[in-house]
Write a protein that binds this ligand. Structure first.
Ligand SMILES: Nc1nc2c(ncn2[C@@H]2O[C@H](COP(=O)(O)OP(=O)(O)OP(=O)(O)O)[C@@H](O)[C@H]2O)c(=O)[nH]1
Ligand SMILES: [Mg+2]
Length: 425
C-alpha cells in the first residue's frame, strides 16, 4: 500500500474522533468567550482575569536548512502549501492552518488572527517575515493543528533579517509541541540548531521531539546508524541535554517513485500529534473545572465581604450617633440646650422679617455644610445594591449548575470516544 492511500484510510478512520475533540474544544472556547454569560465576562465582574482556551494545538517545526520541515507539513496536510526545495526556502515563520477557503495572509493579518503571538512584533524585522497559509485540508488531525514552519537554520555568515534564535525560543513558549528535524547531510550538526535546542530544553524539555528526517537519503542501514550516533553524541555533549535519553525515530516522505527499504517511522509523528491533542482536550476540561471553582470562590468572597461591610457600617453608624449624642448633649443635654437656646430665640424674634429670612438662609447653608462633613467623617464602606447581589447570586448558580453540567457532559463525551461505549458505566 502506498503512503498516500495508507494515510487516507487512517484519516477516514479518524474522522469521527476529529469532530468529537474539535467540538469539545470549540464548546469550551464558547463557554469562555460568550459576551454576557461567558466565563471571562463573569470572572471580570469579580476581578478575576481568565484566558480563553485555544481551539487548536500549535506544533512548531524547527531544524537545519533543507531538513524537510516544509515537506513534512505538505505531507501531513496532503496539499502542496509550503514551498520546498534545496535553496533556502522558508525565510520567515509560516502558520499553516485549516479553514474554509485557501488563502494566504500577510504578517499583519497573521498577528490579527493569532493575537497571542503579537509580541513577536518586538523582534525587529520579523513582521515582514510572517505569513499564514489557510488551507481547506482536513486530513489526519489537521483540523485541530496549527503548524508553525520556521526558517531553516545554518551556521556561519548567513544573515537573518531578524534575531531568529530568540524568535524561535519565544515561539517555543507558546507551542504545545516542537518537532526538531535533523537530516543526514552535512548540516546535521549545525551549531545554531544545537544551541536553540539546548535552550528550549531548559524550560520546555517535555515539548521537544527529535527526528532523523530524510532517512531514505542516509544510505544503507549502517550509514544511518552512524549518522544517528553522531547526532546523539553531539546532543549529549551539551551539558543541558545529556541527561535525556534520545529517542530519534527515522522518518522520510514516502515516495512511490523511489521506494526505499529504510524503516519509516513517520506515523510516529502523527501519533505524537494525536497524543498532544488528547492531552490538550483533557487539560482544557480540567482548566474549565478549575476556572469554575475560581469564579465560585471569588463570588462567594465578594458576597461575604459585602455582608461583613453591611454589619460594620451598621455598627459604625450606631456608635457614631451615640458618641455624638453623648459628647454633644450629655445626660442633662436637652435641658441645657433648651436653657441656652432661649436667648437665641429672643434675639431672633427681635429681628426684622428680612433679617430673619437671611438668618434662615444662613442656617440652611450651615446644615448642608454639616451634612457634608458628617458624610465625610462617617466611617462606612460602600456596599452592593440588592440588584447587584441578586446578579452575583445568579452568576454563581449559572457557573455551578449550567457550566459544571456542561463540563461533565463534555468529559463523558471525551471518555466515550476514547475508551469506547461498552466500557462506560
Ligand atoms: N529523499 C527525500 N527528500 C526529501 C524529504 N523531505 C524533503 N526532501 C527534499 O529536501 C529538500 C528540502 O526540503 P524542504 O521541505 O524544503 O526543507 P526545509 O527544512 O523546509 O528547508 P528550509 O525551508 O530551507 O529550511 C526538497 O528538495 C525536498 O524535496 C525526504 O523525506 N526524503
Ligand atoms: Mg522550509
Amino acid at each position: 500500500m502506498s503512503g498516500k492511500t495508507k494515510s487516507r484510510s487512517a484519516a477516514n478512520a479518524d474522522s469521527s474522533t476529529v469532530s468529537c475533540d474539535e467540538r469539545i474544544l470549540r464548546d469550551c472556547h464558547q463557554i469562555y468567550i460568550d459576551a454576557d454569560s461567558g466565563l471571562i465576562a463573569i470572572a471580570q465582574s469579580v476581578g478575576v482575569t481568565l484566558l480563553p482556551p485555544r481551539k487548536k494545538i500549535t506544533v512548531m517545526l524547527m531544524g537545519n536548512h533543507s531538513a524537510g520541515k516544509s515537506s513534512f507539513i505538505n505531507w501531513y496536510v496532503e496539499e502542496h502549501i509550503q514551498r520546498t526545495g534545496v535553496a533556502i526556502e522558508t525565510q520567515g515563520f509560516s502558520f499553516v492552518t485549516s479553514g474554509r477557503k485557501r488563502e494566504s495572509l500577510t504578517g499583519n493579518a497573521t498577528l490579527h488572527l493569532y493575537p497571542h503571538f503579537k509580541p513577536l512584533q518586538e523582534f525587529k524585522g520579523v513582521s515582514e517575515y510572517l505569513a499564514t497559509e489557510i488551507c481547506t485540508s482536513r486530513q489526519k488531525r489537521f483540523s485541530l493543528v496549527t503548524f508553525v514552519d520556521s526558517p531553516g537554520l545554518v551556521d556561519g555568515d548567513m544573515k537573518y533579517p531578524f534575531d531568529v534564535d530568540q524568535a524561535i525560543l519565544w515561539l517555543g513558549e507558546l507551542c504545545d509541541l516542537i518537532l526538531v528535524f535533523f537530516d543526514p547531510m552535512g548540516q546535521a550538526l549545525c551549531k545554531r540548531t544545537l544551541n536553540i535546542v539546548e535552550n528550549l530544553n531548559e524550560k520546555h524539555g517535555e515539548k521537544l521531539r527529535f527526528y532523523l528526517s530524510k532517512a531514505d537519503e542516509a544510505g544503507g542501514e549502517s550509514d544511518r546508524q552512524r549518522v544517528m550516533m553522531q547526532i546523539v553524541q553531539e546532543l549529549c555533549k551539551r551539558p543541558g541535554l545529556n541527561k535525556c535519553g534520545f529517542d530519534m525515530p527515522t522518518i522520510y516522505i514516502p515516495n512511490p517513485n523511489k521506494p526505499s527499504r529504510c524503516v519509516n517511522q513517520i506515523e510516529e509523528v502523527c501519533r505524537t500529534v494525536e497524543r498532544t491533542i488528547n492531552q490538550t482536550v483533557q487539560n482544557t476540561l480540567n482548566s474549565l473545572e478549575k476556572d469554575c471553582e475560581l469564579i465560585t470562590e471569588a463570588i462567594t468572597d465578594t458576597l461575604n465581604n459585602d455582608r461583613q461591610c453591611s454589619v460594620e457600617n451598621r455598627r459604625a453608624r450606631w456608635s457614631l450617633s451615640k458618641e455624638v449624642l453623648d459628647i454633644a448633649l450629655g445626660p442633662d443635654g436637652t435641658r441645657a440646650l433648651a436653657h441656652h437656646l432661649t436667648p437665641v430665640v429672643k434675639v431672633f424674634e427681635s429681628l426684622s422679617v428680612e433679617m430673619q429670612l437671611y438668618g434662615c438662609g444662613a442656617l440652611v447653608f450651615l446644615s448642608f455644610l454639616l451634612l457634608l462633613i458628617a458624610r465625610c467623617s462617617f466611617r462606612t464602606k460602600p456596599t452592593l445594591s440588592g440588584r447587584q447581589k441578586r446578579q452575583l447570586q445568579e452568576k454563581l448558580e449559572y457557573v455551578q449548575d449550567v457550566v459544571k453540567t456542561k463540563k461533565k457532559n463534555l468529559y463523558e463525551e471525551y471518555l466515550r470516544q476514547s475508551v469506547g461505549e461498552q466500557d462506560m458505566h
